[in-house]
Ligand binder design. Structure first.
Ligand SMILES: Nc1nc(=O)c2c([nH]1)NC[C@@H]1CN(c3ccc(C(=O)N[C@@H](CCC(=O)O)C(=O)O)cc3)C=[N+]21
Ligand SMILES: [Mg+2]
Length: 356
């Protein structure tokens, strides 16, 4: 399965992409790392155009990273999940169910929820959705969680994050039954993830998706140096724990890290979840390193129908010339997050109904 994936290469950039890159740095480098990391804006644009031009004329294929195709792998995983769901339905007549609670009307959250529902449908998971207004009370959300906790047709419960500011995330996440916590955000599941010799009932979807990509591309983790950029509860922290459990030596880089480039350039594996476009430059990456880009940053783009497009945390074109393998954005970790949610929901239904 992997051989066809392994041969796909970083695409050469189009003239339009070069033009966009010139406009990019000014918009995107206002990041929280800026005070600690000197990033010469002018030289970046010049350097990246120079490297693009050379790659347009003649680039040895060996210098271009393998693309880790999350879209492709997520499709394989969805097929596997769909087959298991069909087998379960045929054998015991049970169909897995996922309940999604969305509070407020953030456009990005609505898009994610819509995509999750679509993905459920594609693999045969029943999905249930509750939409609550931005100004509803915490009690209202807790009430719906309680209903889903007690509903035997629901095997997974997901409360879309972020929640409105007036709610305490901890109270909400605490209320989800750990048996149905397909996001893996319940403190008990996180606590077990952190402990040696214990396993959570669920591993958070995005971190699990990153690990699954490394595994399916036969990238060794044991004994390797891994650097995680960002320390969020939903990605940075849990993915660092998973890497550690897989016997990597793990460092965390965050907004208070002095000279992050010095740390990242020692890494065999970089997982970036900072939420800062173009943070990770080519010079931050050790030649041959594997780069997993979790960033999903909107940048203005008049040519795109939505008026913006999504980029990761990593300067993709620069990284392609240094890394041995890299995930694109879109088409990398994003689709894997959804595939892992489906897989966690199936796993939950199998466990609840003791289906092997
Ligand atoms: N309780 C909770 N659980 C989550 O798992 C959760 C959440 N809250 N809040 C927001 C983040 C973000 N997230 C993504 C899911 C899919 C893509 C995805 O499919 N991205 C596509 C393309 C997206 C596009 O083009 O719009 C890609 O990268 O190729 C991205 C991001 C889940 N999250
Ligand atoms: Mg992606």
């Amino acid at each position: 399965m992997v051989s066809s994936i392994l041969s796909s290469r970083c695409p050469l950039s189009s003239p339009a992409a070069v033009a966009r890159a010139l406009a990019l740095p000014r918009m995107t480098l206002a990041c929280r790392f800026q005070s600690s990391v000197p990033m010469p804006l002018g030289s970046m644009a010049v350097r990246s155009v120079a490297s693009r031009n050379s790659s347009l004329s003649a680039v040895a294929p060996e210098t271009s990273a393998k693309v880790i195709d999350g879209k492709l792998v997520s499709g394989q995983i969805k097929d596997e999940v769909a087959a298991e769901i069909a087998r379960m339905k045929d054998t015991i007549g049970i169909v897995p169910g996922l309940a999604v609670i969305l509070v407020g009307s953030r456009k990005d959250s609505q898009t994610y929820v819509r995509n999750k529902k679509k993905a459920c449908k594609a693999v045969g998971i029943n999905s249930y959705e509750v939409n609550l207004p931005e100004d509803c009370t915490e009690e209202e959300v807790l009430k719906h969680i309680a209903i889903f906790n007690d509903d035997s047709s629901v095997h997974g419960i997901l409360v879309q994050l972020p929640l409105p500011r007036h709610m305490k995330e901890e109270n909400i996440l605490n209320a989800v039954s750990i048996e149905k916590d397909v996001d893996g955000f319940h403190p008990l599941n996180i606590g077990r993830l952190a402990m040696q010799g214990r396993d959570p009932l669920f591993v958070p979807c995005t971190p699990k998706g990153c690990m699954e990509l490394l595994h399916r591309y036969d990238i060794e983790i044991k004994g390797k140096r891994a650097v995680v950029i960002g320390r969020s509860n939903i990605v940075g922290m849990p993915v660092a724990l998973l890497l550690q459990k897989a016997n990597a030596t793990v460092s965390m880089v965050h907004s208070y890290t002095k000279n992050p480039e010095e740390i990242t350039s020692q890494a065999d594996i970089i997982i970036s979840a900072a939420g800062v476009a173009n943070l990770v430059r080519g010079s931050w990456i050790k030649p041959g390193a594997v780069v997993i880009d979790v960033g999903i940053n909107p940048v203005d783009d008049a040519e795109s129908p939505r008026g913006y497009r999504l980029v990761g945390d990593v300067c993709y074109e620069e990284a392609c010339e240094v890394a041995s393998a890299i995930t694109p954005v879109p088409g990398g970790v994003g689709p894997m997050t959804i595939a892992m949610l489906l897989s966690n929901t199936l796993e939950s239904a199998k466990r609840i109904h003791n289906f092997k």
